[in-house]
Design a protein around this ligand. Structure first.
Ligand code: FAD
Length: 549
C-alpha cells in the first residue's frame, strides 16, 4: 500500500526521527520549510521536518492568500523581487491549478491617491513585462465609466478610471500542506507538534536538535548533518539559542484580515484600493464571504498569541465604508478574522510598510542556516537558494540532482490546464448537486482539494445511508481524508487549516464541532478528557476570531 501522510502514522514517523541520521533537518513547517523539504528530498537528500504547532499554523495560514507579484514593491523600486515573484505566479499555478487560481484584480484610480492613471499604466506594463505575463493576460486600463461598470459598488464621485491586471488567489495553508505531502512522497519525514528546544553540537558544529513532543512531553534527539531554521517569526529565537543572533535581526509586523458575509460586501471580483493614508488594501470574494485586509503595524508582543484589536478591525471597516456605496459595515458584521506576523528583516529608520519583503539567508559559525523574509509566492525560489547552498557546502561530492520543483505537480494532479480544472469542477458540481449540494459547495471542494474531491465524495457515498444531516456527512468525509492523508491532529487543524471553515464558514464550525470532536475521538482514540480539552481549545479560537478588545 502507498505510504500515507496519515495521523495514524505519527508514531512510526517519530521512531524514524529518533533512529535515522538525516542529511537535512528543517525547523518549521510553514511554506518556507515545506518548500525546502520538497526541494531537498526531490534532489535525493534524506530530509526531516519538525513543526511546533500544526503545519502552516504560523504566518503561512494568516496571509492575504494571494500568489502575487506585489504591485506595491514596484513603487519601492524592488524590480528584482517583482521579477522573481511575478514570474513564479504562473509556475505555481501550473503546479496546483485548482489551488492557485487566476483572478483579475481591479485597481480603481482616483485623484490624489497612491496611484495616478498614467503612472499606473506604465507601472503595470513594467509589472507584466518583468513577470513575463502572456499577451492575453496583460493589464487593461479602464475609463471611469468602464471602472464603474466593472464594480458598481464603488463610490463614483472619486473615480477617475481604473486598471485590471492578472494575479492569482490561493489558500496558503492548503498550499503548504500539499507541498508537505509532496515532500513526504519523496521521503521527507515530517512531524507536527514537535518543538525544537535546543541544539546538539559536535566540536562546535550543530549536528542535531533536541525536540519535545507536545502531546506527550517526551524529549527526542534528532541527528542531521545540516540544520535549516525556517521558523518564520521565531527565526531569531532559534538564533538566540544558537548564540548567533548578531548584526541582522527580524522586524515583525502584524497584519489583520476580517471576513464579512458576501451579501454585506458583494464585490464582483478582487479589488485593491487606496485607504487614503498612503496604504492599499484588498477586498477578495471567497465562497459565501468577502475578506478584507490587511493592516501593517509593528509588533513586539506574544508571537504565539497575536490579538486582533477593535482598532485593527475599525481601520479595515472604515476603509471599506469610505470606498463602497451604501456600505455601512460595523463590527457586528464581522464573522471571523485572523492576524499574522510578517517575519521581515529589520532596516534602520524604515516603517512597517516600507520594509523590504526580500528573503535573506544567515549562516552562523556553528553551521546553522537561517532563512527569513520573503513571501508565500516566492517559496520555491527561496527553497532553491537554500538547498543550492546546502549542497554546495556540504554535499558537493555526491551525485545530487539540480532543482526540479518547477515540474513537481502537487497532489500528483493530471490537470493539463485551467480548462481541465473547470471541466472537473462541472463533474463535481453534477455529482454534488445530485446529493443536494449547491455550486458553492462544489467550488469549495474543488478549490480546496483538487482532484482529491472525488475521494471525499466517495467517502460521502459510503456513509450517506447513515441517519445524519448531509452537511455533517460531508464534513465527516473531509475529516476521514484529513486524518488518513493530511496528518490532522487536532480540531483546530481540521477547522482552521485543512478546511478553512473557521474563517470562511464559521457557523458550520459552531454547528458541528461536537459531532466532529466525537468522530475525531473515535478515529484517534481520544479519552473524554482529551476531547473536552480539544473542544475548549477550539472554543478559544472561535472566541479570538470573533471578539476584538
Ligand atoms: P511560518 O509560516 O510562520 O512558518 C514557521 C513555522 O516555524 C511556524 O509554523 C512555527 O510554528 C514553526 N516553529 C517556530 N519555532 C519552532 C520551533 N522551535 N520548533 C519547531 N517549529 C517551530 N505573501 C504572499 O506571497 N502573498 C500574500 O498575499 C501575503 N500576504 C500576507 C499577509 C500578511 C498579513 C502576512 C503576515 C504575510 C503575508 N505574506 C504574503 C507573506 C507570507 O505569508 C510569509 O512570507 C510566509 O507565510 C512565511 O512563511 P514561513 O514558513 O517563513 O513562516
Amino acid at each position: 500500500m502507498a505510504l500515507r501522510f496519515s495521523t495514524l502514522a505519527r508514531q512510526d514517523l517519530l521512531s524514524r526521527l529518533r533512529s535515522e541520521d538525516f542529511d537535512l533537518l528543517v525547523i518549521g513547517g510553514g511554506i518556507t520549510g515545506a518548500g525546502i523539504a520538497l526541494d531537498a528530498s526531490s534532489r535525493g537528500l534524506r530530509v526531516a521536518v519538525v513543526e511546533k504547532g500544526d503545519f502552516a499554523s504560523g504566518t503561512s495560514s494568516k496571509s492575504t492568500k494571494l500568489i502575487h507579484g506585489g504591485l506595491r514593491y514596484l513603487k519601492q523600486l524592488e524590480f528584482g523581487l517583482v521579477k522573481e515573484v511575478g514570474s513564479e505566479r504562473a509556475i505555481v499555478h501550473a503546479l496546483a491549478p485548482w489551488l492557485v487560481i487566476p483572478e483579475k484584480m481591479l485597481l480603481p484610480l482616483s485623484e490624489g491617491k497612491s496611484f495616478g492613471y498614467w503612472m499606473t499604466s506604465i507601472g503595470l506594463m513594467i509589472y507584466d513585462w518583468l513577470a513575463g505575463v502572456q499577451k492575453t493576460d496583460r493589464r487593461r486600463m479602464l475609463t471611469r465609466a468602464r471602472t464603474l461598470r466593472q464594480e458598481p459598488l464603488l463610490i463614483d464621485n472619486d473615480i477617475k478610471g481604473g486598471a485590471l491586471y492578472s494575479e492569482y488567489r490561493t489558500d496558503d495553508a492548503r498550499l503548504t500542506i500539499e507541498i508537505m505531502k509532496a515532500a513526504f512522497h519523496y521521503g521527507a519525514v515530517s512531524v507536527n507538534y514537535l518543538q525544537v528546544t535546543d541544539f546538539h553540537y559536535d566540536n562546535g558544529s550543530v549536528s542535531g536538535v533536541n525536540a519535545k513532543d507536545l502531546f506527550t512531553e517526551e524529549p527526542i534527539l534528532i541527528r542531521s548533518k545540516v540544520i535549516v531554521n525556517a521558523a518564520g517569526p521565531w527565526v531569531d529565537e532559534l538564533r538566540d539559542i544558537d548564540k548567533s543572533k548578531k548584526r541582522k535581526r527580524l522586524h515583525l509586523t502584524k497584519g489583520v484580515h476580517i471576513v464579512v458575509p458576501r451579501q454585506k460586501l458583494p464585490v464582483r471580483q478582487a479589488i485593491y484600493f487606496d485607504v487614503g493614508d498612503g496604504r492599499m488594501i484588498f477586498a477578495i470574494p471567497r465562497g459565501r464571504t468577502t475578506y478584507i485586509g490587511t493592516t501593517d503595524t509593528n509588533y513586539d508582543g506574544d508571537k504565539n498569541n497575536v490579538a486582533i484589536t477593535a482598532g485593527d478591525v475599525e481601520y479595515l471597516l472604515g476603509a471599506v465604508n469610505n470606498t463602497f456605496q451604501n456600505t455601512r459595515l460595523s463590527i457586528s458584521d464581522v464573522e471571523s478574522a485572523w492576524a499574522g506576523l510578517r517575519p521581515l528583516i529589520h532596516e534602520e529608520g524604515k516603517s512597517a510598510s516600507e520594509l523590504s519583503r526580500k528573503d535573506e539567508i544567515f549562516e552562523s559559525p556553528s553551521g546553522l542556516i537561517s532563512i527569513a523574509g520573503g513571501k508565500l509566492t516566492g517559496y520555491r525560489k527561496m527553497a532553491e537558494r537554500v538547498v543550492d547552498l546546502v549542497i554546495k557546502k556540504y554535499f558537493d561530492n555526491r551525485q545530487l540532482k539540480t532543482c526540479e520543483t518547477f515540474r513537481i505537480k502537487l497532489a500528483n494532479h493530471s490537470f493539463l490546464s485551467f480548462r481541465d480544472v473547470r471541466k472537473y469542477f462541472r463533474q463535481i458540481y453534477i455529482r454534488s448537486r445530485s446529493a443536494g449540494f449547491g455550486e458553492i459547495t462544489a467550488r469549495y471542494l474543488v478549490e480546496n482539494y483538487g482532484h482529491q474531491a472525488s475521494q471525499i465524495l466517495d467517502y460521502y457515498d459510503e456513509d450517506i445511508a447513515l441517519p445524519a444531516d448531509k452537511e455533517l456527512v460531508l464534513l465527516r468525509s473531509e475529516l476521514k481524508f484529513a486524518v488518513n492523508q493530511e496528518m490532522t491532529m487536532t480540531l483546530s487543524d481540521f477547522f482552521a487549516r485543512r478546511t478553512g471553515l473557521l474563517y470562511f464558514d464559521i457557523h458550520k464550525v459552531m454547528k458541528w464541532k461536537n459531532e466532529i470532536a466525537a468522530d475525531m475521538a473515535n478515529l484517534l482514540g481520544w479519552t473524554d478528557s482529551i476531547k473536552r480539552d480539544e473542544l475548549a481549545r477550539l472554543d478559544g479560537l472561535l472566541y479570538e476570531a470573533t471578539h476584538f478588545a
